[in-house]
Design a protein around this ligand. Structure first.
Ligand code: ADP
Ligand code: MG
Length: 248
């Protein structure tokens, strides 16, 4: 594994977003280096999901700039398509297609978006299913799998698109406690392999293990940011102290 270089793969500059009159993101500035891992935490409704959804253009912003791997996110559809393949996203509720087998869930994007031949897409899918230790479930449907298994499938599905960055939006918060570890283990492995990751999560053990930086979002702003040790052991803002006192 090589160290993170100084070349940022994501640049967010003075980002502002409104939902109607509601100012949901307020002057967000964020740079993510290649191979860097960032964990974002913060109270419900503070704008965490909105921020990471802006980074792969699932949401539009109104002011400021987002540049991913040199491509600015605008209404240019071709750019949006490129960004969607470069930036993988894993959601709280898995978002697998229930009527497709696990294998078909994994090959759909590569075949239709990347135009990969079916056989090759299936080989890649099996490679990533093995990586997340679930290859034996390839011909089942999502509903036949546990939540932890479905989330590992969702991660494998993103990896099939060979993303340069992975965004995780509370990937373990819908899981029963006994399934959290199997998903976090896959994410730790991915981080060790050098993936650039932005993870919205309140899993502090995970943040301490993998993150170079942890941030607290509050009321649409990044209120505090630090390395994990100082962030958790010596939070500066009262809001951060209060937030941590509630989750630890
Ligand atoms: P978090 O992920 O930190 O819980 P969100 O980014 O989901 O926060 O939401 C931030 C705020 O924006 C919340 O007040 C939420 O109600 C509001 N919000 C989220 N999505 C929409 C939407 N599509 N339309 C209007 N308001 C929204
Ligand atoms: Mg959210």
């Amino acid at each position: 594994m090589t160290d993170a270089t100084d070349d940022p793969i994501i640049q967010v500059k003075n980002l502002n977003k409104w939902y109607g009159d509601f100012h949901v993101l307020k002057n967000i500035n964020l740079e993510v280096k290649r191979q860097e891992k960032i964990v974002i935490c913060g109270p419900s409704g503070s704008g965490k999901s909105t921020l990471i959804r802006c980074i792969n253009r699932l949401e539009e912003h109104q002011k400021g700039k987002i540049i991913v791997d040199g491509i600015e996110l605008t209404n240019n559809l071709k750019n949006i398509e490129t960004i969607r393949t470069e930036v993988g996203m894993v959601f709280q509720h898995f978002n697998l297609f229930p009527h497709l087998t696990i294998l078909d869930n994994l090959t759909l994007g590569p075949i239709w978006v990347r135009k990969t031949p079916k056989k090759q897409a299936e080989e890649t899918a099996m490679f990533y299913l093995e990586k997340v230790k679930i290859a034996e479930q390839a011909n089942k449907f999502p509903g036949q799998l546990s939540g932890g298994q479905q989330q590992r499938v969702a991660i494998a599905r993103s990896l099939c698109m060979k993303p340069k960055v992975m965004l995780f939006d509370e990937p373990t918060s819908a899981l029963d406690p006994e399934m959290v570890k199997e998903v976090l283990d896959v994410m730790v492995q991915l981080s060790e392999e050098g993936m650039t990751m932005i993870v919205v999560s309140h899993e502090m053990g995970f943040a301490k293990t993998v993150a170079q930086r942890v941030m607290l979002m509050d009321d649409g702003m990044i209120l505090e940011e630090n390395n994990p040790i100082d962030f958790f052991e010596n939070p500066q803002h009262e809001r951060t102290q209060f937030f941590l006192s509630q989750i630890l």
